[in-house]
Design a protein around this ligand. Sequence first.
Ligand code: PEP
Ligand code: MN
Length: 292
Amino acid sequence: MDNKFPGKDISSDDQLNKFPLSSSKKKNIVNINKHISFGGKYFPIISGPNTLENRDLIFKYCEFLEKQNLKLVRAAIYKPLTFPYRSKKYFEMGDKGIKILEDIKKNFDVLLVTEIMESSKIEILNNLVDIFQIGARNMQNFPLVCSVAKTKKPIILKRHFGCSIRDLFGAAEYILLKKNKKVILCERGVSAPHTHRSTSRFILDIQSIPAIKEYSCLPVIVDPSHACFWYKWVSDLALASFAVGSHGLILEVHPDPRNSAVDPLQALGFEDFKKLIKKIKNISKIFNRIIV
Ligand code: PEP
Ligand code: MN
């Protein structure tokens, strides 16, 4: 046994040759507009229902968001749903949602974050959305990742629940290599043997946040909703994420959470969300961060 030069799983060779751009020493701040950026003094909170569901619901949500002085809304019309059957209670909007995205843009001063699963949807979504999300399941779908990178739009790249941080940096490198520096990494929980039970579907890898910050120049945000799959824990995990150094949050919030079309157990209601924002604003003074 030789413990003289203990190494972590990310080696200096990895940093030099496999993902030199992701591990640049120069911190990469991703600007969304004049008042919002990831990785600097701001702490953006993205929130909204799991999926768009219908015009009334998302309009109600945007009205609520404007009252909270927040701008970033989750507005997914394409969803990687785990099971293939659809019903009135379990669906995604699909192409029908494009018109609703247009209407949101016309009626509200919000920024749209939307998931993209197929390159064929890039053209239609590109004019409408402000930030693309590549979901956990597509993290290593490199043709998709590269096509979305070419839009030069900001991209939230979610870590797959079975992938290492090293793999995540590899996927981010594909985007950076396409000369798109607007990459925001997202920790959203990983699979572990004891998470395959009803209490927690995934487990929030909280230490991945300082780890990502140690190795990478890229900002990293946390999605505690998908990590724990249980609304009662979301606020505490969001606060923990803030404290551990996350550069932002993406949260599921719904006007009638237990009746959400997708993942009804993980969404916060308006009141719980407002309480959480208040707490984050209080601690943000200590950390010198501006909540947006
Ligand atoms: C989502 O954000 O709606 C989602 C499907 O998340 P993930 O890709 O992390 O499962
Ligand atoms: Mn989901």
